[in-house]
Design a protein around this ligand. Structure first.
Ligand code: ZN
Length: 330
């Protein structure tokens, strides 16, 4: 998601949010020992093995959105949510992914940090709950520069991940960190540029931002998939170990309820909606044909599943919940 409308949207959405959500945001500390109830969700992390790698999905929380107001075909969007027994606004999950390869601890996306307010910015708390520390992370792979993916890089102007090198497709910093592109953008589109500087610049200044161009092999087990459109450099990361593959696709899907069945539905945050639509159709087709596992940024936590081709469009087959963890290497 793009941040240009965030402050307006956040105000509108919180105002119209259901009471349960508003209560959980406004009064997170009303714990009563007798009932065990705290008006907050339990820590959000989910583990699984991918070949030799330990993968942990980390929740950064959610962002409440009336998606019918930010997507094309609003009638179709409203009908899809009604059919799913969901009331708008919905909470869109913000999922990040930690890949522990043994030699690297790679974090794919960093959540919203302090940019989106209550409800998000929980990545570091969940990282610690999962047994890791921010200083353990040595590689950060950004799917793109947008507040809910790169916002968690820095808080208060200070880098959160002191030992990490950040990788991103060059088209995103060329756009979001460019003074000339920012100067040409309409006044109400400037927020993402400002927030990109605030959160990404500390790594640029430390010489810790590395760029690549389109599809490439970044590490022996990590290759990039060009998904440009939603932002100029949107990138998926294909992780592979012992023949098992996982595509972390970033913002190919904002609404599982709508965009699998109709991949032509676009979102206002798309920098180039036509290119975003073409990328979505290409990536969904490939995922359905090849059958690899997918980790999605905005599908309900933990956002793991497979894509199936249907007579019309596609569908999503979520991975069943598991407590019987396969040992890495098996
Ligand atoms: Zn997003």
């Amino acid at each position: 998601m793009k941040l240009k409308l965030i402050s307006l949207l956040a105000a509108a959405m919180f105002a119209s949010a259901p009471m349960a959500w508003a209560d959980s945001v406004a009064a997170p500390d009303q714990t009563t020992a007798s009932s065990g109830w705290a008006a907050q969700q339990a820590p959000g992390y989910y583990r699984f093995a991918l070949g030799d790698f330990r993968v942990t999905v980390l929740s950064d929380g959610t962002a409440p959105r009336d998606v019918s107001k930010i997507m094309s075909k609003p009638d179709e969007v409203r009908a899809a949510y009604a059919a799913s027994h969901e009331t708008l606004p919905v909470e869109l999950s913000i999922n990040c992914f930690l890949i522990d390869t043994g030699s690297h601890k790679m974090l794919v996306d960093t959540g919203a940090g302090e940019l989106f307010g209550a409800g998000s910015g929980q990545l570091v708390a969940n990282l610690r709950a999962a047994g890791y520390q921010p200083q353990d992370i040595d590689v950060i792979l950004l799917t793109h520069i947008h507040g809910d993916h790169s916002g968690g890089l820095s808080v208060g102007g200070q880098p959160v991940f002191a030992n990490a090198t950040v990788y991103v497709d060059r088209h995103d910093p060329d756009y979001w960190l460019s003074a000339s592109v920012e100067a040409a953008a309409p006044a109400d589109h400037k927020t993402t540029f400002v927030q990109s500087h605030k959160t990404v610049d500390p790594y640029v200044n430390a010489g810790k931002l590395k760029t690549f161009d389109g599809a490439t092999e970044l590490f022996p087990d990590v290759s990039t998939v060009a998904e440009h459109g939603h932002t100029p450099g949107l990138t998926g990361y294909m992780i592979e170990s012992r023949g098992q593959r996982l595509l972390l696709w970033g913002d190919i899907i904002h609404s599982a309820e709508v965009q699998f069945r109709d991949p032509t539905v676009t979102v206002d945050y798309d920098v180039d909606p036509k290119q975003a639509m073409a990328s979505r159709q290409r990536v969904l087709s490939d995922a359905a044909k090849q059958g690899y596992l997918v980790g999605a940024a905005h599908i309900s936590f933990p956002g793991l599943g497979h894509v199936r081709a249907e007579s019309k469009g596609y569908s999503w087959a979520p991975v069943p919940y598991s407590v019987m963890l396969q040992k890495p290497g098996q």
